[in-house]
Ligand binder design. Structure first.
Ligand code: FES
Length: 156
């Protein structure tokens, strides 16, 4: 996507909301949803539009976990490392993903296809070890679960 196309999309998003501070979060949500992250340029444009200081917008964007200031992959993988999942092999799942995607937890692949993260308890410990891929929960996950997911994405 060219810089010109990016600006056009952000302009479209800005036009959806009045230029008032109370629309800050709505704008950030729409930008997050369009780009999978909020770039510094987008944050500046939003601040200009709603009339809030950059420090305030930055504080909001870093407070809510649903916003990312770094580019995220098309597919988000979250492996639970809460106590139950850790005991049932959560760490091995992370290592397996890292090996197969040639990346480290907390990173995004250079082609922006995958982002791998660890999370604390997802609230379904009886199903441990658990991982979430693009909002889909995988209970009692194993290396073979990972292989199936990678195969599915390779066929897209
Ligand atoms: S520790 Fe993983 S779901 Fe609770």
């Amino acid at each position: 996507m060219s810089r010109e196309q990016v600006t056009i999309i952000i302009d479209d998003i800005l036009e959806r909301y009045p230029s008032r501070p109370e629309y800050l979060i709505f704008l950030l949500q729409d930008i997050q949803s369009a780009y999978n992250y909020v770039s510094p340029e987008a944050l500046n444009l939003v601040c200009d539009h709603v009339g809030v200081p950059l420090t305030q917008a930055y504080a909001v964007a870093t407070f809510y976990k649903s916003f990312s200031l770094e580019p995220k992959g098309e597919h988000e993988i979250k492996v639970c490392l809460g106590t139950a999942c850790h005991l049932k092999g959560g760490e091995r799942l992370i290592e397996d993903w890292e090996r197969k995607l040639k990346m480290k937890a907390g990173e995004t692949t250079p082609d922006l296809k995958f982002t791998l993260d660890s999370v604390n308890c997802l609230g379904c410990c009886a199903l441990s070890p658990v991982m979430v891929v693009d909002e889909e929960y995988h209970a009692k996950a194993s290396s073979s679960t990972i292989n199936k997911i990678i195969k599915k994405f390779a066929n897209e």
